[in-house]
Design a protein around this ligand. Sequence first.
Ligand SMILES: C[S@@+](CC[C@H](N)C(=O)[O-])C[C@H]1O[C@@H](n2cnc3c(N)ncnc32)[C@H](O)[C@@H]1O
Length: 315
Amino acid sequence: MPTERIFAACAPGLEELLAAELVALGLAARATPGGAEAEGPGAVAAACLGSRLADAVSVRLHAGPAAGLDGALAAARERFGRDAGFQVRRRGGEATLSLDAAGSPLYKRGWRARVGAAPLRETMAAAMLAFGGFDGERPFLDPMCGSGTLAVEAALVAARRAPGHGRRFAFEDWPGHDAARTRELRERLAARERTPPFPVAASDRNGGAVRLATRNAAAAGVAEWVRVERRDAAEVTPPPGRGLLAVNPPYGERLDGDPAGAWRALAALLPRLAGWRLVVLAPDRGLEKLLGLRPSGALSTRNGGLACLLLRYDL
Ligand SMILES: C[S@@+](CC[C@H](N)C(=O)[O-])C[C@H]1O[C@@H](n2cnc3c(N)ncnc32)[C@H](O)[C@@H]1O
């Protein structure tokens, strides 16, 4: 199988998490601003089918001296047609020529029934789980689940279902595409699937959010593994064991009301979470001080166009 070079894009601040994921998928990868460069045999298929964190994957058709760009572009047009939508970037004497390999944003996993008030991208949810070291070998809880993005992603991780499951990608229509190899990869990924060994719990105080999360879990095929209930975060009973709580409390920027109250509700839940790990996506406004804890890890990123922090706490 020929070596392919790819660029995988992600939200700023998540590059190291993405590069580590691509390495776990068997590629040589390094973080670079806005994403990760990676290479390896079958890198395009491995990343499109297997990356939970990448928003987009493009194949690098040229990366090097700008003088080589015209020749690379001519060869690319010859292979892929005119209108293939090549991306050219020039910087100083260097240039890259790339082609989107997925065809549609990778964060659209295909299950979302209807967009809630402030849903997370599936890729941001996956990054939060990765930041929390979640591999499905312990319980999961999101006590402010909204449309259920984090709980659905946690159930999919725990079930070891590949993010590219059931999706077809642009690269599969490229001339010379090795369909048999892609089919083999799909079969290998499908063979890893299992029943999640621990519960995935989601709750929200808003009835509409609970209904939406329930529908989304069903659409994603994980309804039997995700328990969704209507409850204030302050009154949630976490599943037994030492799990991961990942949550995206309201920012207050859009429709979702009282952000400080939500952080206080989260603080009220803390005494029931001994031994748990917490990952919180927090607006960059100091609200996390209401938890009264010192984070064990922090990343600056952006979500929905706003600067925010990914904070990790070990309780
Ligand atoms: C930013 S949204 C979460 C979005 C969600 N991550 C998604 O992907 O759709 C915040 C959610 O917190 C919920 N919420 C706010 N305060 C709460 C509380 N005290 N207890 C439970 N849920 C709360 C809101 O109803 C809202 O659904």
